[in-house]
Design a protein around this ligand. Structure first.
Ligand code: AP5
Length: 222
């Protein structure tokens, strides 16, 4: 049977769990994960021209200029693997202008997932977050501690994960959220992100399976 590749957007405040859910979604659905935050952090650590431009904005918790990010995302979306396996866009669009850029290119997701988490929990999640530079895996000192001492020793923190910077990232997110969701209101699904990652994933998994099933209906091919 012909299965249309899924196109998914995931959104939510800083530390709402987007990256964590994306790991689980990729394992189950095999989509190509495109995280603008991860792409930008790779550019920064490789010291590229893009990375050098992006660094100051990221470290200050501000948005990197649209032209840089939009070019990066559209290039990645147009690659063959994303077309064949489907994609999972994480951290983009982050402003009304970015949403409009995708609309102009007729790039639309099948579903727009928003993770809802209360502010005070977001701050604790950022401050306790640690990344494994070897695997890219996301940990939390209390909630999801590393499996071994060896992993623990190599974990790193993000420069934008201080309490002060998280607060300004959160404000920025709130200012933009409504304008972006207006573009996708007909395919938007709000999910309670303040549960264990397994519980959140269970709901997302069933949403995505439903979308996949619906797409196989002959009437939808019209
Ligand atoms: P980006 O990397 O996208 O940062 P963000 O949106 O702030 O999101 P985070 O990565 O902080 O959090 P997350 O939701 O992925 O949460 P996670 O799963 O890690 O962007 C960084 C910067 O890049 C931006 O500030 C900007 O400068 C720039 N940028 C990116 N995209 C851009 C764009 N489109 N335009 C312009 N600039 C752009 O989880 C967080 C923590 O909580 C972890 O420790 C995790 O273990 C824990 N956790 C996760 N789920 C749970 C759970 N269910 N219960 C308990 N703990 C949990």
């Amino acid at each position: 049977s012909i299965k249309e590749p899924l196109r998914v957007m995931i959104s939510g405040a800083p530390a709402s769990g987007k990256g964590t859910q994306c790991e689980l979604i990729v394992q189950k659905f095999g989509l190509v994960h495109i995280s603008t935050g991860d792409l930008l952090r790779t550019e920064v650590s490789s010291g590229t021209e893009i990375g050098n431009k992006a660094k100051e904005f990221m470290n200050a918790g501000r948005l990197v200029p649209d032209e840089i990010v939009t070019a990066m995302v559209t290039a990645r979306l147009s690659r063959e693997d994303a077309k064949e396996r489907g994609w999972l866009l994480d951290g983009y669009p982050r402003s009304f202008a970015q949403a409009q850029s995708l609309e102009k290119l007729k790039i639309r997701p099948d579903i727009y997932i928003v993770l809802d988490v209360p502010d005070e929990i977001l701050i604790d999640r950022c401050v306790g977050r640690r990344l494994d530079p070897m695997t890219g895996k996301i940990y939390h000192l209390k909630n999801y501690p590393p499996e071994t001492e060896e992993i623990k020793e190599r974990l790193v923190t993000r420069p934008d994960d201080t309490e002060e910077k998280v607060k300004s990232r959160l404000e920025l997110y709130k200012r933009n959220a409504e304008a972006i969701s207006s573009t996708y209101s007909n395919i938007m699904n709000r999910t309670d992100g303040n549960r264990t990652k397994e519980a959140v994933f269970k709901e997302i998994e069933s949403l995505l399976s439903q979308v996949q099933k619906d797409e196989k209906k002959p009437s939808e091919y019209g």
